[in-house]
Design a protein around this ligand. Structure first.
Ligand code: ZN
Length: 162
């Protein structure tokens, strides 16, 4: 447990110091804005799809450390992947963060993203970690703006299988 906690802190620090794919794309085919009013996280996500593949991805925004690290890792994970593979990861991450996925025993594709599994015990932080994935789903389905509250609440909305 101590090990997974220190790895978590290391990942958060590293991705906040050096966020990956931070900035804007020259050509974006899809984009979405994500808001988490509970924490004040806001992010702007841009994608460029080449056919069915995520060829380019970039984000900007003003968010807490957990949200920023989750966004940064999300961009490196889905870059180069197909839309379907990205939707699978969105679903798996959401299930892990909300405690629905037993990631130690059930099959998944999350890899190092499992460092975020601890947020399931931190209700205030779950939405911070999920926001980038929720925003990615919005961008892929051409929804311009999304929020972790109200009708768009990722805790209730069946994201990932649209
Ligand atoms: Zn946050």
């Amino acid at each position: 447990m101590a090990d997974s906690k220190s790895l978590y802190q290391e990942v958060i620090l590293d991705h906040n110091k050096k966020p990956r794919n931070y900035g804007a794309l020259e050509h974006a085919s899809h984009k979405a804005e994500g808001h988490n009013p509970l924490c004040g996280d806001h992010l702007s996500l841009e994608l460029n799809l080449d056919g069915d593949r995520i060829d380019g991805i970039a984000f900007r925004g003003d968010s807490c450390a957990i949200c920023k690290a989750s966004t940064s890792m999300m961009t490196t994970t889905v870059k180069g992947k197909s839309r379907q593979d990205a939707e699978t990861l969105i679903q798996e991450f959401r299930d892990m963060a909300t405690g629905k996925l037993d990631f130690n025993h059930q099959p998944h594709h999350l890899g190092r993203l499992t460092v975020f599994a601890g947020v399931r015990d931190l209700p205030m932080r779950v939405k911070c970690a999920i926001l980038p994935w929720h925003t990615l789903h919005a961008a892929l389905t051409s929804v311009a703006s999304t929020s972790t509250e109200a009708a768009d609440d990722p805790m209730d909305a069946p994201i990932g299988n649209a």
